[in-house]
Design a protein around this ligand. Structure first.
Ligand SMILES: Cc1ncc(COP(=O)(O)O)c(C=O)c1O
Length: 360
């Protein structure tokens, strides 16, 4: 049996919830606050991450776009973000007309390097987007300090880090706006979807409008918005998934601890939690000298190891930026994520470890 790196876990509760929506015939709502399932999911999301407000949307990409629009990012502005991320982070910036400015990462946990960030701030800088990559918490305390000093806003890209915390505070709730993805390969899903959180009432009102063509009462567009609404079917799935999330994450943690034990006496760089940090173990990512060889061997045994990301965004054909990002370029050649998702068994972990050890 192949062992996927990540896979949605759908039970009878989700199927029942979807059936109920279909039977109700109410598949979406263009009202300002959205439909019944949308509103109920948003309440659960607020409770889970401990935020005042949540707005669900139809993808993690839409979520980033909405956040950028809410902070009035436009042509002429610069947005600072890591290149070592899924391309959606940068594409969302480009879609507003703003310029993405790529910041290097720290080798320690593959997230934004605050010192490189500070160096790249200019008069045009407007927003910083730290990405909590793999579920690892970015060095957010330092990033907030830099943002305050330079009068910049923060959008946290928490697409991969739902459930990760620092000193008990959830990723996504440190900055002005937090952005999450509910894509099927994430720690929980809506089919496709995403959501934003904020503690700022004005930003919340703006995000509700942006989700729905800038309207408040209907046909009264006040600001630029789009159709970013989450369908009721997706919201119904998300509602059931978020109830199961603590269990999903506990299993990921258990699997990761087991894998770390199995790989402890190797020269691999293993992932770790910093003091006061709790990661969601979305991706258990190691660094290895012979990464490509390990990847090939694991895949040939059906173990769905994946390199995220072999091409950093600034090196893709569309971006082809000339900037040099030393640690980013190192990581792109050496990282490898191993399956620890909730359906991975102790046998799968032992096999993963033994394939790796046989090649070291
Ligand atoms: C870091 C990051 N940002 C943004 C996104 C975009 O989310 P979506 O695929 O839901 O549009 C993803 C996931 O796919 C991601 O991993």
């Amino acid at each position: 049996m192949p062992v996927p790196i990540n896979i949605p876990i759908i039970g009878k509760e989700e199927i029942k919830a979807v059936n109920q929506v279909l039977k109700s015939g109410v598949l979406t709502s263009a009202a300002k606050n959205g439909g019944k399932n949308v509103q109920e999911f948003e309440k659960l999301a607020c409770k889970y991450v401990k935020s005042k407000f949540a707005v669900s949307v139809n993808s993690g990409t839409a979520s980033l776009q909405a956040a950028l629009l809410a902070l009035d990012v436009q042509k002429g502005d610069e947005v600072l973000l890591p290149s070592f991320t899924f391309v959606a982070t940068a594409n969302a910036v480009v879609s507003t007309g703003a310029k993405p400015v790529f910041v290097d990462i720290l080798q320690d946990n593959y997230t934004m390097d605050p010192e490189d960030l500070a160096k790249k701030i200019t008069k045009k800088s407007k927003v910083i987007i730290p990405v909590h990559l793999y579920g690892n918490v970015a060095y957010i305390d330092r990033i907030i300090e830099i943002a305050r000093k330079n009068n910049l806003r923060i959008i946290e890209d928490a697409a991969q880090s739902l459930g990760s915390t620092l000193k008990g505070k959830h990723t996504g709730t440190f900055g002005d706006i937090g952005s999450y993805s509910l894509y099927p390969a994430k720690v929980m899903t809506a089919g496709e979807g995403g959501f934003l959180v904020t503690n700022d009432k004005q930003l919340h009102e703006k995000l509700l409008m942006i989700r729905n063509h800038g309207m408040v009462h209907g046909y009264d567009t006040k600001i630029l918005g789009l159709n970013l609404r989450l369908p009721e079917i997706s919201a119904a799935i998300a509602k059931e998934q978020i109830k199961k999330l603590p269990k999903f994450l506990a299993k990921r943690r258990k699997n990761s601890q087991q894998l770390s034990k199995l790989l402890s006496k190797t020269d691999l760089t293993l992932p770790h939690e910093r003091k006061n940090e709790k990661v969601n173990w979305y991706l258990y990512t190691i660094a290895a000298k012979n990464r490509d060889k390990l990847l090939k061997a694991l895949n040939s045994k059906g173990i769905g190891a994946v390199a995220y990301y072999p091409t950093p965004v600034h090196k893709t054909p569309y971006y082809h930026s000339k900037v040099t990002l030393k640690t980013t370029e190192w990581a792109a050649l050496h990282v490898l994520s191993l399956p620890v998702q909730p359906q991975v068994t102790p046998q799968n972990l032992s096999q993963t470890a033994s394939v790796i050890k046989s090649l070291l």
